[in-house]
Design a protein around this ligand. Structure first.
Ligand SMILES: Nc1nc2c(ncn2[C@@H]2O[C@H](COP(=O)(O)OP(=O)(O)O)[C@@H](O)[C@H]2O)c(=O)[nH]1
Ligand SMILES: [Mg+2]
Length: 317
């Protein structure tokens, strides 16, 4: 029965397959490939479940998430009387997709009202790069985008954002290095609303200050300034996480979640890692959806984490 039910799906890639590949299989050693190989055995034994758990954990899915995932799959396999490895593999994929699905729409999609997006994350995670990509992405879709350079801690960070602004063809509001980030966001919002009538303001922030305490205080202040100028701003606080840091990304996420109120994740560097499994834990542990993925250093190496609505050419990198 299941062979027939699933048989049709095997021939062509479904949206769910694309989602999983996009998030987990950026390298030849991607965990989906390894999991697929395990199920080729075609007989469902205790060893298979053990091997599967090891593979999930090695792919940085995380202990708790792996266990939950496997419990759900084993229950269904038993309940639905599934005997073939291939069918159990499909059940596993379905359960993974359940973990990944973004259930809220992207708040950026509101036209004509200024949407303020604050981008946070540790240095080197890919904030500035992702902002550049996001700017190009939304500009191509007819949005008027402005960037705010509120990472004033390093001069190079401001220059880098300006380069991305030129590349994407959008304006960058910046102050001198060392300036107050609150003043930058204030000006950036004013510019976005008044003369430029922008739809979307994306604000870069510092990833590291003298102390973590200072950093979190600064983020709080920037948020407060935004909230005074625009109703409910910032509308999104996107946390940029480097997927290759695996489970460490989860620890970072928790720290930023506590002080910055993260509403979404941008998961970068999926092109260079076999540790993409962390994405499954992020959604589960933080309850925050992954909005975008970065799959390289170029402007187009970027995709919305929602192939149902926005299949782009990047989904099959
Ligand atoms: N391979 C790859 N490299 C990336 C990606 N996103 C960013 N990078 C690189 O990561 C490094 C740090 O990025 P940057 O945007 O400066 O990080 P920031 O310090 O958080 O602003 C740069 O060399 C980027 O080119 C990605 O998705 N894939
Ligand atoms: Mg930067």
């Amino acid at each position: 029965m299941f062979g027939r039910l699933f048989g049709k799906k095997k021939e062509e890639k479904t949206q769910d397959d694309l989602l999983l590949e996009q998030s987990l299989q950026k390298t030849r050693s991607g965990i989906l490939g390894r999991i697929g190989a395990i199920f080729q055995e075609n007989e469902i034994t205790d060893e298979l479940w053990e091997e599967l758990e090891d593979t999930l954990v090695a792919g940085d899915v995380g202990m708790t998430t792996s266990e939950e995932l496997l419990t759900a799959v084993r229950e269904r396999v038993q309940r639905e009387n599934i005997k073939a490895g291939g069918d159990a593999y499909l059940v596993l994929k379905q359960e993974m997709v359940k973990l990944l699905k973004t259930d809220e729409p992207l708040h950026i999609d509101e036209p004509r009202i200024l949407t303020v997006v604050l981008v946070v994350g540790v240095n080197g995670s890919g904030k500035t790069t992702s902002i550049g990509k996001m700017a190009a992405y939304y500009k191509r879709r007819g949005r008027k985008v402005i960037l705010g350079a509120a990472d004033t801690f390093r001069a190079a960070a401001i220059d880098q954002l300006k380069i991305w602004g030129e590349r994407a063809g959008v304006e960058v509001i910046a102050h001198e290095p060392g300036a107050d980030p609150g003043a930058v966001i204030f000006d950036a919002i004013r510019a976005s609303q008044e003369s430029r009538q922008a739809d979307l303001l994306i604000v870069d922030t510092a990833g590291r200050l003298q102390t973590k305490f200072n950093l979190m205080k600064e983020l709080e202040k920037v948020k407060m300034v935004a909230g005074k100028q625009v109703h409910r701003a910032p509308h999104e606080v996107l946390l940029v996480l480097d997927a290759s840091t695996g489970q460490n990304a989860i620890a970072q996420a928790k720290a930023f979640q506590a002080s910055a109120g993260v509403t979404g994740i941008v998961l970068t560097k999926l092109d260079g890692t076999s540790k993409g499994g962390a994405v499954l834990s992020i959604k589960r542990e933080l309850g925050v959806p992954v909005r975008f993925v970065g799959t390289g250093e170029k402007v187009d190496d970027f995709a919305l984490f929602d192939p149902w609505r926005h299949a782009t050419r990047n989904t099959q990198v």
